[in-house]
Ligand binder design. Structure first.
Ligand code: ADP
Ligand code: ZN
Length: 535
């Protein structure tokens, strides 16, 4: 179906209204659709909920032949195809869940030109049988969904995606559109390069999600803090609570149930039936809370998720952005709430060091974590910092403009001159190293500063250090905050499995008194952040 620009524009709009029942395109949808419908390649960076699907579904309906959609989300293909069929779109999928006969039916439909859209798992394309099949039929376009999976240094790499570079070589005349909600410059470049999309047009939408309120609180008694957040602000709302481990997921879900919040667990250790049932309940019911590992949520389209809570620190800003992005797709006010503490950093560093990957990979993972930490400890607008990370400005305009809808904007953290405490903490690390040849974690450092004669202090004779007890002016929680922020500011570093602290190159300037250290004051324990109740 060729035609003038005007004609195909009308065709796209007609499909939008007739098939999908929407009145108007959103954001950059129309530009992408028109470009791809006319045979152009495209790289589409759009936040979760931005409406990426239509960017390939409509061109596939407008062009002759079948649009082939590569997606890693096998578990969702059936639902996606069912939803399209309900709209009268001729859609099918081929993945490992189909038996031989079912696959034959879909293949025959494709070859007969009876499919508008065909969903494929990326591993299928490694099979010669699949590429041969595609060559025998007519492909109108290739859509590569979750395209960031091709980025080796990203947080979600899938080796099968690397083979997708052959699409452009084997089908040079078929337009390709790569789509993702991950938008750092590095990931973007890697998508372009690995998929051979140098000639493609880039469509970059704003990543600002103004209806999401970002809040990050120091972790004290995480389950109790979470419960309070839910009861005070999101009673009866649907939401997702992310935990790092399966064990934590189970315990948190049980705790919420016992506390009168309807919650179900979701993680890879549950059998497929239970997972599917919990997911279906979440999609169907109004106020269910899913406590999950990050395995949950990718591709789930529930518009009225009112909050996303993290009880553990995400590994990267990209991950944080994607996970929190599952809140508020309907544009209504929603909350992204994260509780984080020093222990999270120690744990993540341990995971990196014990994990797979070569030196370069680990370095990359550490810098992802550092960026996340700096978002946690910032005294600036969280949204501005988040968008800057993605190389973007907030909707308000200049990047430095405060958004008015994050915790640091709503209750600006007081900052204080922490130079002296910083020097005390750093000298404790120095003395242990120089005088004793020892390294310790934050717990011991804080005990020494506070002058506590714990068993471990006595065992190592640390009460004889000149720094013993020099930190009585602050409490334990405050000292932990100091150490956390020194790490976030790159003035201390966590090393090794046991979370021992070591100096960095930058520490010396603080010890020599050449540099002031500004620290943020942690909010008062157990006061709901974001609201300043008169006291
Ligand atoms: P993404 O894949 O970018 O996360 P989706 O394609 O799943 O987003 O779209 C998110 C939601 O927005 C879906 O419910 C979709 O039907 C809806 N949507 C997309 N485009 C439009 C539009 N032009 N008008 C109204 N709703 C839309
Ligand atoms: Zn802000």
């Amino acid at each position: 179906a060729e035609g003038s620009g005007g004609a195909s524009e009308t065709a796209a709009l007609r499909v939008l209204r007739k098939v999908f029942g929407y009145d108007a395109f959103r954001g950059r949808q129309e530009a992408v659709i028109e470009h791809v419908a006319h045979g152009g390649d495209a790289v589409v960076l759009m936040p979760t909920g931005g409406g990426k699907s239509l960017c390939y579904q409509i061109p596939a309906l407008v062009r002759s032949g079948t649009g082939v959609v590569i997606s890693p989300l096998i578990a969702l293909m059936q639902d996606q195809v069912d939803a399209l069929r309900a709209l009268g779109v001729r859609a099918g999928f081929i993945n490992s869940t189909l038996d031989f006969d079912q696959r034959r039916v879909v293949e025959a439909e494709f070859l007969a030109g009876e499919l508008d859209l065909l969903y494929l798992a990326p591993e299928r394309l490694r099979l010669e049988a699949t590429t041969a099949l595609l060559e025998r039929g007519e492909v109108s376009l290739f859509a590569i969904d979750e395209a960031h999976c091709v980025a080796q240094w990203g947080h979600d790499f899938r080796p099968d995606y690397l083979s997708l570079s052959m699409l452009g070589e084997r089908w040079p005349e078929v337009p390709r559109v790569a789509l993702t909600a991950t938008a750092t410059r590095a990931t973007h470049q890697e998508i372009v390069q690995r998929l051979g999309l140098e000639q493609a047009r880039d469509f970059v939408a704003s990543f600002d999600r103004p209806n999401i309120q970002y809040r990050i609180v120091p972790k004290r008694d995480p389950k109790k803090q979470l419960l309070r957040f839910l009861k005070e602000e999101h009673a009866g709302d649907a939401g997702i609570v992310y935990c790092l481990s399966r064990n934590a997921v189970e315990r948190t879900a049980e705790f919420l149930c016992r506390s009168g919040v309807e919650a179900v667990p979701y993680h890879a250790g549950l059998d497929a039936g239970t997972r599917a049932a919990h997911q279906a309940r979440f999609l169907r019911e109004d106020g269910l809370v899913v406590v999950a590992t990050i395995a949950f949520g990718m591709g789930i389209d529930k518009p009225d998720v009112r909050f996303v809570a993290h009880l553990d620190l995400p590994k990267s800003v990209e991950g944080y952005y994607q996970e929190t992005g599952r809140a508020g797709r309907d544009g209504e006010p929603s909350t992204a709430w994260l509780a984080y503490g020093l222990q999270d950093v120690v744990q993540q560093r341990k995971l990196i060091e014990n994990g797979e990957g070569d030196v370069a990979f680990q370095r990359r993972a550490r810098s992802h974590l550092d960026a996340m930490l700096s978002l946690c400890e910032t005294v600036r607008c969280r949204r501005a910092q988040l968008l800057e990370y993605f190389g973007q400005e907030s909707a308000a305009g200049a990047a430095q403009v405060a958004c008015g809808n994050c915790d640091t904007c709503l209750t600006p953290p007081e900052s204080w001159d922490g130079t002296v405490p910083a020097q005390k903490a750093l000298s404790t690390v120095v003395r242990l190293k120089r005088e004793r040849g020892q390294k310790f974690g934050s717990g011991q450092i804080v005990d020494i500063l506070l002058g506590r004669k714990t068993a471990k202090v006595i065992q190592f004779d640390h009460d004889a250090l000149s720094v013993f007890g020099v930190g009585a002016e602050l409490g334990e929680g405050e000292w932990r905050g100091v150490v956390r922020q020194l790490i976030a500011q790159g003035l201390l570093e966590i090393e090794g499995e046991h979370g021992t602290l070591v100096l960095t190159d930058a520490s010396a300037t603080v010890l020599r008194g050449e540099r002031e250290v500004r620290l943020r004051k942690d909010p008062v324990p157990d006061r709901a952040s974001g609201s300043r109740s008169g006291s």
